[in-house]
Ligand binder design. Structure first.
Ligand SMILES: Nc1ncnc2c1ncn2[C@@H]1O[C@H](COP(=O)(O)OP(=O)(O)OP(=O)(O)O)[C@@H](O)[C@H]1O
Ligand SMILES: [Mg+2]
Length: 385
């Protein structure tokens, strides 16, 4: 093993500083001690502070990389006694050891160099041109460090996206559960009490003869009916009928009541061909998507007509909600404080699906929700991603 330290008096710049911890630890796979000496000299000339471990067998190479964290790069001859430097490279890949790997060899021909590069080797230096080695090594180290940083950043981003998705899913499940609880309480407490009041009022109605008293009872009865209607409406909004009766009846109710309330023309087309029930979370996602889309139409579209189309062809649940309103620009869709479409996208993702938004100013808006229904369709969707 050789160790070379930078001369403190030297004014030469420390070229490896941005990417390597000094001293740099290298493994040199070389069976010719003279060539090794030349490599060492080439690095020393460039003032590299390096520890270079010389190995000349595969066995020695494996041992030298026993702790890859202690090594920053590998230099390897191509033709070695009984094996090739590329075998060492293949072994490193198999072991998942990710280090810059530079072939330092006599002339091996362009095709061999190209093949080595295609197989992922960092670079190649001809033994006749060892003066290039420090620069090539520096570039390989920098590239490697950049790639690592990028991979790390991508991993961190993917992880935080995943956590965000889990949080959204958790929040949505909590909201749905809480809504269902409130709906149940309204049903049991308020609904129960109002039904009892109605019975008592009916009892009074049958017994009373005084006209004025009867008028009061009738008024109270009307108010009670109204309160019952209101509590049923609130319950349905809180805990959509989808939970009990299936997606299509729920969408029929949603579109009909929306049309009645707004005066817009709403058509519900298509339907489900499969007889098996859809998973509850898929139904809920579909229901909430139509609900938010209709709310958006009312808030933003200035539309006259809305078409909702449902299908489960090709193993996918597809829902299309199209309006003939003013549409939206790309900037409008990215508004900072708008969470409706964002929430729908995340809901869709949480059940393995996706949401497409097709719109342009003056062109209306169409939301398309697609959810793969079987495991196979789900796997195919993931592959396409
Ligand atoms: N059907 C539509 N027609 C025209 N513009 C729309 C339509 N739906 C959405 N938009 C535009 O896209 C934006 C984003 O919609 P999104 O549902 O995400 O948020 P929002 O409705 O503004 O607020 P939130 O849903 O969070 O209460 C809207 O502010 C609006 O400008
Ligand atoms: Mg909205």
């Amino acid at each position: 093993m050789h160790r070379y330290c930078r001369d403190p008096q030297s004014r030469a710049k420390v070229i490896v500083e941005p990417v390597a911890i000094l001293p740099l630890r290298l493994v040199h796979l070389e069976d010719n001690p003279v060539d090794h000496g030349l490599v060492v000299r080439a690095l020393r000339r460039a003032d590299w502070d390096a520890e270079i471990m010389l190995v000349d067998t595969m066995e020695g190479f494996r041992r030298a990389l026993g702790d890859p964290a202690g090594v920053q790069a590998v230099l390897a001859d191509y033709h070695l006694a009984g094996f090739s430097g590329m075998e060492a490279w293949d072994w490193m890949r198999q072991q998942g050891i990710d280090l810059p790997f530079i072939l330092v060899s006599g002339a091996i021909g362009e095709a061999t160099v190209a093949d080595a590069m295609v197989r992922g080797v960092s670079d190649y230096v001809d033994k006749q041109q060892l003066a290039r080695l420090p620069r090539v090594l520096q570039r390989a180290l920098e590239l490697h460090a950049t790639r690592r940083r990028e991979a790390e950043a991508a991993r961190a981003l993917a992880e935080s996206r995943q956590r965000l998705l889990e949080l959204t899913e958790h929040l949505q499940t909590s909201i749905d559960r809480e809504r269902a609880d409130i709906a149940r309480e309204i049903h049991d407490d308020i609904g129960g009490a109002l039904a009892a009041v109605k019975l008592d009022l009916a009892w009074l109605q049958r017994r009373l003869t005084d006209a004025q008293a009867l008028a009061h009872v009738a008024a109270a009865m009307a108010m009670t009916e109204q309160a019952l209607g209101a509590s049923q409406r609130i319950m349905r909004n809180l805990r959509p009928a989808v939970l009990d009766q299936g997606l299509m009846p729920a969408l029929q109710w949603l579109t009909r009541t929306f049309a009645e309330r707004t005066g817009l023309e709403v058509t519900l087309q298509g339907g489900l061909r499969r007889t098996a029930a859809l998973p509850p979370r898929v139904e809920m996602t579909a229901y909430r998507t139509v609900q938010e889309a209709l709310t958006n139409v009312l808030k933003h579209a200035q539309a006259r007509r809305v078409r909702v189309e449902v299908s489960d062809l090709e193993d996918h649940l597809t829902l299309e909600i199209a309006d003939d309103g003013q549409g939206a620009s790309a900037e409008a869709l990215r508004k900072e404080r708008s969470f409706g479409l964002l929430g729908l996208r995340e809901r869709a993702q949480s059940v393995g699906g996706w949401l497409d938004v097709v719109t342009a100013p003056g062109q209306g808006m169409t939301l398309i929700l697609s959810i793969p229904l079987s495991e196979a369709a789900r796997a195919a969707a993931v592959e396409e991603d």
